[in-house]
Design a protein around this ligand. Structure first.
Ligand code: NAG
Ligand code: NAG
Ligand code: NAG
Length: 438
C-alpha cells in the first residue's frame, strides 16, 4: 500500500491517534499506481436499520441497487462522504459515509447524518431532509457544504420536489446547521447545479463564499455566507465547445453539451487572493479568473476581460470532469475519455509539455468523475470512478466492479514528473519524449 516505510509509519501514527488499528487497502491495490484502491463496489448497498428494513425497501422499490450511482466524494477526518443523486427511482439515501481506513473491499454505506434525512424512511420530509445530492465540499472549519438539486427521477420523469439548496452540516457534531435555498430567480429552466467549491481564507471562515456551476445553463452562482446572499452571472467561457461534445468511450458514443463544471482554487497568493480555474465538461480548454472578481457582485457582469484562457488546448479526447488543487499548487483532474488522471503545476504555463498523467487504467479509471484533495498535513488526492456513461446507457454489469474510490499521496503522485513543483521546465527534447498529448 505504501511506497516507503516512512510514510507508512507516519500514517500508522495518525491512525493510532484516531484510535484505529491499521489501514488496509485491497489486494487489487497495484492496479492503478500511484493510486491505492480504498474500496470497490459492484453495486451500492447501505447499512439499513435492520435486515427487515432492507427487504422491505427492496420489495417496495425504495431501494433498487442498480439504480444507485455514486457520484461525488469528499474526505475529512476518519470518514469519506459519497453522494448518490436521485436520477432514477430506488435511491434510498442520497448522501452516505464510509470509513477512511479501508479493510473491507466493498463496505455498506452509512446514510449521513442518519436515515431520517433520506427518502426511504422519510418521504414526507417536507424538504427538511436531503433529496438528491450531487456534490459536497468541506470548508476549513469542519463544515460540510452539500449541493442538493431537490429533484428526483431526473432521468425518467423529473420532479422538482424541493428547491435546489445548499445544506450545511457540522462534522464535529453531525448536526445540520443551515439550509440556503437558491433563490427562484437564479434557477432557470433546466438549470443543473452540478458542482460547488468553497472559498475561505480566514481561520474562522467568516469570509466564506461558495461558487456553484450551472452546467446546463452555463452560469456561475456565488453565495456569500456573511449575509446569506446569492448572485448569478454568465460568461461565454462557461459554454461547451460543440467540437468537444461528441464523446466516444470504450465503444460507447454519446453527445453531451455540458458547460461549466470543473472548479479548482489555487492556494492563497501574496495578494491574499486566489484564482479559480474552471472548465466546461465538453471542452478541451482550461480558463481562469481571480476570485476577487467573483466576490463582488457589482464586478461579475462588468469584467469580461478578467476571465481568461489558460494556455493551450488539451487536444482531442481532452474532456475533463472535476479538478482539485493541492497546497503546493498542483492541479489534478479527471480525463474522462482517456481513463486517466492528469496533473499540472499551476506555477508553470498550461501547455502540452507541462502536463502529466498521474495514472491511466482502462479498467479502474473508467470515467473518473469526482476528485478532491484532503486537508491533512500530508495531503492525498481522492478519486471516484463510476462508469457514468455506461450507467446512463443501460444497466451496468452487477458482476463487475463498477465503482472505485482511489487515493494517492499528492507529493508522491507527481514526484519527478513535470507536475512536480520541484522540477523546472524540461528542455524541449525531453518534453517531447515525455509528452502525452498528440
Ligand atoms: C412544510 O413546512 C412549512 C413550514 O413549516 C409549512 O408551512 C408547510 O405547510 C409544510 N408543508 C407540508 C406539506 O407539510
Ligand atoms: C462523433 O464520434 C463518432 C465516433 O468517433 C464519429 O463516428 C462521428 O462522426 C462523430 N460525429 C461528429 C458530428 O463529429
Ligand atoms: C448579470 O447580468 C445578467 C443578465 O442581464 C443578470 O441576469 C444577472 O442578475 C446579473 N448578475 C449580477 C450579479 O449583476
Amino acid at each position: 500500500m505504501f511506497s516507503d516505510g516512512t510514510r507508512a509509519a507516519g500514517l500508522t501514527l495518525w491512525l493510532a491517534m484516531l484510535g484505529v488499528a491499521h489501514a488496509q487497502s485491497l489486494p487489487a491495490d497495484g492496479d492503478t499506481p500511484p493510486f491505492s484502491t480504498l474500496y470497490k463496489w459492484k453495486y451500492v448497498d447501505f447499512e439499513f436499520p435492520s435486515h427487515i428494513h432492507r427487504e422491505q425497501a427492496l420489495i417496495t422499490k425504495k431501494f433498487i441497487p442498480m439504480n444507485v450511482l455514486p457520484l461525488g466524494i469528499e474526505v475529512f477526518g476518519s470518514r469519506v462522504w459519497v453522494t448518490f443523486p436521485s436520477w432514477r427511482g430506488g435511491v434510498p439515501a442520497t448522501l452516505a459515509t464510509v470509513s477512511r481506513v479501508g479493510g473491507h473491499p466493498s463496505p455498506l454505506l452509512r446514510p449521513y447524518p442518519d436515515w431520517n434525512y433520506h427518502r426511504a424512511f422519510n418521504e414526507n420530509q417536507n424538504c427538511t431532509g436531503l433529496t438528491s445530492v450531487f456534490r459536497v465540499n468541506v470548508d476549513s472549519c469542519g463544515r460540510l457544504w452539500v449541493l442538493d438539486s431537490g429533484q428526483i427521477d431526473s432521468q425518467d420523469n423529473p420532479k422538482q420536489i424541493c428547491p435546489p439548496s445548499l445544506v450545511v452540516f457540522d462534522l464535529y457534531t453531525d448536526k445540520l446547521i443551515a439550509r440556503y435555498a437558491i433563490p427562484k430567480k437564479y434557477v432557470l429552466q433546466d438549470s443543473l447545479f452540478a458542482n460547488l467549491i468553497v472559498d475561505t481564507r480566514t481561520e474562522d471562515c467568516s469570509d466564506l463564499h461558495v461558487y456553484i456551476s450551472d452546467t446546463w445553463r452555463f452560469g456561475l452562482l456565488v453565495f456569500r455566507e456573511r449575509d446569506e446572499t446569492f448572485w448569478r452571472f454568465s460568461h461565454h467561457l462557461f459554454y461547451p465547445d460543440p467540437l468537444a461534445s461528441n464523446y466516444t468511450l470504450h465503444g460507447l458514443n454519446f453527445q453531451w453539451s455540458d458547460g461549466i463544471f470543473g472548479l479548482a482554487l489555487t492556494p492563497i497568493d501574496h495578494n491574499e487572493d486566489r484564482l479559480l480555474y474552471f472548465h466546461a465538461m465538453s471542452s478541451y480548454r482550461e480558463f481562469v479568473v481571480s476570485t476577487s472578481v467573483l466576490r463582488q457582485s457589482s464586478r461579475v457582469n462588468n469584467s469580461a476581460s478578467e476571465f481568461n484562457l489558460a494556455g493551450e488546448s488539451r487536444g482531442l479526447l481532452g474532456q475533463s470532469s472535476a479538478s482539485a488543487i493541492d497546497r503546493r499548487g498542483v492541479m489534478f483532474y479527471g480525463l474522462v475519455t482517456r481513463d486517466s488522471i492528469g496533473c499540472w503545476d499551476t506555477e508553470k504555463p498550461y501547455q502540452k509539455k507541462t502536463s502529466g498523467v498521474v495514472a491511466m487504467n482502462r479498467e479502474t479509471l473508467i470515467f473518473p468523475n469526482d476528485i478532491k484533495v484532503d486537508q491533512e498535513e500530508q495531503q492525498s488526492v481522492w478519486v471516484i470512478s463510476n462508469r457514468l456513461p455506461m450507467f446512463q446507457a443501460g444497466p451496468l454489469d452487477p458482476d463487475d466492479y463498477n465503482y472505485r474510490i482511489l487515493y494517492a499521496d499528492t507529493m508522491e503522485a507527481v514526484k519527478d514528473t513535470i507536475c512536480d513543483p520541484e522540477i523546472d521546465l524540461l528542455p524541449p527534447n525531453e518534453a517531447v519524449q515525455r509528452g502525452w498529448w498528440s
